[in-house]
Design a protein around this ligand. Structure first.
Ligand SMILES: Nc1ncnc2c1ncn2[C@@H]1O[C@H](COP(=O)(O)OP(=O)(O)OP(=O)(O)O)[C@@H](O)[C@H]1O
Length: 554
C-alpha cells in the first residue's frame, strides 16, 4: 500500500465551531484583544505562553503561594549570577508581584537560548527598560497605551542586547513580536543622536525578483514596520522615509527633507537604485536592521546587500538580523558581516509557532485537493478568515475560478493584479469583507493579518522555511490557529521535513513520516530550482473551461 495513503486518516477538521467568533474577530469586536489572548493562552502549555497571560511557573511556586499578602518578595537566586527584579503579572495589572529571579531562570522559562560573549540579562518587564536603561518614558507610555504590558521572549532578550550596542542574530517564531524587539531600542538610540540625516536602515526583502515585480509583500512588510514606528513614537517627531517607487521620486531626493529623516525602511533593490542615482547617502547610518534576514541573505540579494553596506561608512554601525527561520549557511554568511555578535534563539531554530494546530491531508491527486477543500467548506470546517497558499499565479487564478463558482466569499492576490487591486483586496480581507483569500508565496512572510483562523497549504510548500512562514500567518500574538497542508504523491520529498517541524512544535505526527528517507542533495537542488509540476486545478469539463476563459473574472 502506498504509505502516503495513510495520511488520509490523518485528516482532522473541526466542524463543531460556528462562525460567530470569526465574525467578531473580523468585525473588530475581538480582533487582537489582549483579553482574548489571555483567555486563549490559559489553555496553552507554559512553554507556549509567549505572552505571559497564563500565570508563570514562578508565580505559582511554593514560595509565592506562601506569602500571598506580600506585594514584593524575593526568590533566592540559586545560580548566583545576574539576579534582578522580575515583574510577573496577575490578571490585574496593578496587582504586580515583584519577584527576584535569575537571568538564567528567566531565560529557561521563556526558552531563550543565548550564545556570544558577555550577553546582557534579559528584561522581564517593560519597566526594566526605565530602571536599567533609562529609556525615554514616551516608549513605555506608548507601549502601555497600546496595551503592550509584557515583553515577549524575543523582546526580553533582544532589546537589552541592542540597547547595549551589540550586534545581534535572532531567530524567533512567527508572530512573536520581532518588529517591536528592534524598534524599541532603535527609537531609544535615535533619541540620543544628533539629527544628521538617515541614521537607521530597516531592510525587508522583496518577494521575488525579476518576473514577479510584485511588491505587495515587501510594501506591506515595510508598511507594517512603518505603522509600528508611528504608534510607538507617538509624541515624538521621528521622520520615516518609506522607500517605495512612489515615494522615491519625492521625499528621498529632497535634500532638505533628507536632513530631517531619521529612518529609511526599504527593500534592497529600491535602496540600491537610489544609491546608484546618488539620491541617498547612508554615511550617517548607525543602526542596520535586516528583517526577514534569511531571505535577505539569499544569493539573489547578496550583491545588493554588499553595495548597501559599503555605503554605510560610519565606524559605529550596529547590525541586527531577525527572522523566524535561520538556515545554518545563512547564519555563517551573516556572521562574517557582524562584529562579535550575540545569537539569540527562541525555542528551537526554524520551528513553527506552537500556537498553530498543524495537520496533513493526503489527497492523492490534484482533483483530490479540490474535493478535499469542498468537503472542508461544506462540513463547516472552514472558519474565516482563511488564507490559501498555492504555488503559482496560474494556480491562484484557477483555484479562485473554482471556488468563486461554488459561491464562496473568496478573492485572490497575485502579481498580475494591479497595485490598487492588491491593496483593495488586502484591505477587504483585513476588514472581514472577504473570508477566504487565495495567494501565492507572496504573502507568506511577515504580514501581520489579524486573526487569520486557518492557513491551507493547497500546494505543499517547497521548503521548510516556506512552510514555517506560511503557517505563521495564523496563530499570531499568542492566539490559536490551524494549518492544513494538502499533499499528493508528488510531494513525498517534502513530507519528512514538514513532519519534523510539526513534531518539534508539539503536533501529532505518525512515526513513519519521520522515518521517510531524506531526499538526496541532488534532489534537494532540483526541487529548489524547479518546484513540483502539478496538474491544472479544475474539475470542470474542458468545454466549460473554454467557455469560462472568455469571461473576465479577475
Ligand atoms: N509584547 C507584546 N504583547 C502583545 N502583543 C505583541 C507584543 N509585541 C508584539 N505584539 C503583537 O504581535 C503581533 C506579531 O508581531 P510581529 O508582526 O512583530 O511578529 P514577528 O515575530 O515579526 O512575525 P513574523 O516572523 O511573521 O514577521 C503584532 O500584532 C504585534 O503588535
Amino acid at each position: 500500500m502506498d504509505i502516503l495513503r495513510l495520511l488520509t486518516t490523518g485528516a482532522k477538521f473541526r466542524g463543531d465551531r460556528k462562525f460567530k467568533h470569526d465574525h467578531d474577530v473580523v468585525d473588530g469586536k475581538s480582533s487582537s484583544s489582549h483579553a482574548e489572548i489571555s483567555a486563549l493562552s490559559s489553555d496553552i502549555k507554559k512553554e507556549l505562553d509567549f505572552f505571559h497571560d497564563r500565570p508563570s511557573p514562578v508565580n505559582i511556586s511554593a514560595k509565592a503561594k506562601k506569602d500571598k499578602a506580600s506585594k514584593k518578595r524575593k526568590i533566592e537566586d540559586d545560580s548566583g549570577e545576574g539576579t534582578h527584579e522580575a515583574y510577573l503579572h496577575d490578571t490585574h495589572e496593578q496587582d504586580h508581584k515583584v519577584l527576584r529571579i535569575s537571568a538564567q531562570d528567566l531565560r529557561k522559562i521563556n526558552r531563550i537560548k543565548v550564545t556570544g560573549s558577555d550577553p546582557p540579562d534579559p528584561i522581564s518587564s517593560f519597566s526594566d527598560l526605565l530602571s536599567r536603561y533609562a529609556v525615554k518614558p514616551f516608549l513605555k507610555q506608548n507601549l502601555q497605551k497600546h496595551n503592550f504590558s509584557t515583553p515577549t521572549p524575543v523582546q526580553m532578550q533582544a532589546i537589552p542586547i541592542l540597547l547595549e550596542g551589540r550586534d545581534l542574530m535572532t531567530c524567533a517564531p512567527t508572530g512573536t513580536g520581532k518588529t517591536l524587539a528592534f524598534l524599541v531600542p532603535l527609537l531609544q538610540e535615535l533619541m540620543g543622536h544628533k539629527k544628521v540625516g538617515y541614521r537607521a536602515v530597516i531592510l525587508s526583502p522583496t518577494r521575488e525578483l525579476a518576473k514577479q515585480v510584485m511588491n505587495t509583500a515587501s510594501v506591506n512588510l515595510t508598511l507594517k514596520i512603518h505603522n509600528e514606528i508611528k504608534w510607538l513614537s507617538e509624541g515624538r517627531n521621528f521622520k520615516i522615509c518609506m522607500l517605495t517607487k512612489a515615494t522615491a521620486s519625492t521625499q528621498a531626493h529632497d535634500p532638505t527633507a533628507r536632513a530631517n529623516y531619521d529612518i529609511i525602511v526599504s527593500t534592497p533593490l529600491r535602496l540600491v537604485h537610489e544609491l546608484k542615482q546618488g539620491h541617498i547617502k547612508l554615511d550617517s547610518v548607525r543602526h542596520f536592521i535586516f528583517d526577514e534576514a534569511d531571505k535577505l541573505f539569499e544569493l539573489s540579494f547578496l550583491e545588493q546587500i554588499d553595495e548597501i553596506l559599503a555605503a554605510c561608512t560610519c565606524q559605529k554601525l550596529q547590525k541586527a538580523m531577525f527572522s523566524a527561520t535561520l538556515p545554518s549557511e545563512v547564519e555563517r554568511m551573516a556572521k562574517t558581516l557582524m562584529k562579535d555578535p550575540i545569537r539569540v534563539i527562541i525555542g528551537t531554530k526554524d520551528a513553527a509557532t506552537n500556537t498553530v494546530e498543524q495537520s496533513i491531508v493526503y489527497t492523492g491527486t490534484e482533483e483530490g485537493k479540490l474535493t478535499a477543500i469542498r468537503q472542508l467548506i461544506s462540513s463547516g470546517g472552514i472558519q474565516p478568515p482563511v488564507l490559501i497558499f498555492v504555488q503559482s499565479i496560474d494556480r491562484a487564478k484557477a483555484l479562485f475560478t473554482e471556488l468563486v463558482y461554488d459561491g464562496i466569499n473568496v478573492d485572490v492576490i497575485h502579481g498580475e493584479r494591479t497595485k490598487a487591486q492588491r491593496d483593495a483586496v488586502i484591505e477587504r480581507f483585513q476588514s472581514g469583507e472577504i473570508w477566504v483569500l487565495i495567494c501565492s508565496e507572496i504573502l507568506a512572510r511577515g504580514i501581520d493579518f489579524k486573526g487569520v483562523a486557518k492557513v491551507i497549504n493547497y500546494d505543499c510548500p517547497q521548503t521548510v522555511q516556506s512552510y514555517v512562514h506560511r503557517i505563521g500567518r495564523t496563530g499570531r500574538a499568542g492566539r490559536s490557529g490551524e494549518a492544513v497542508t494538502f499533499v499528493t504523491k508528488a510531494d513525498s520529498e517534502h513530507l519528512r521535513s514538514i513532519a519534523n517541524v510539526m513534531k518539534q512544535s508539539g503536533c501529532k505526527v505518525s512515526n513513519w513520516m519521520l522515518k521517510l528517507p531524506k531526499p538526496s542533495k541532488n534532489t534537494k537542488k532540483k526541487l529548489k530550482k524547479r518546484p513540483v509540476t502539478r496538474e491544472i486545478i479544475s474539475t470542470v469539463p474542458k468545454v466549460l473551461q473554454e467557455a469560462r476563459a472568455h469571461k473576465k473574472y479577475i
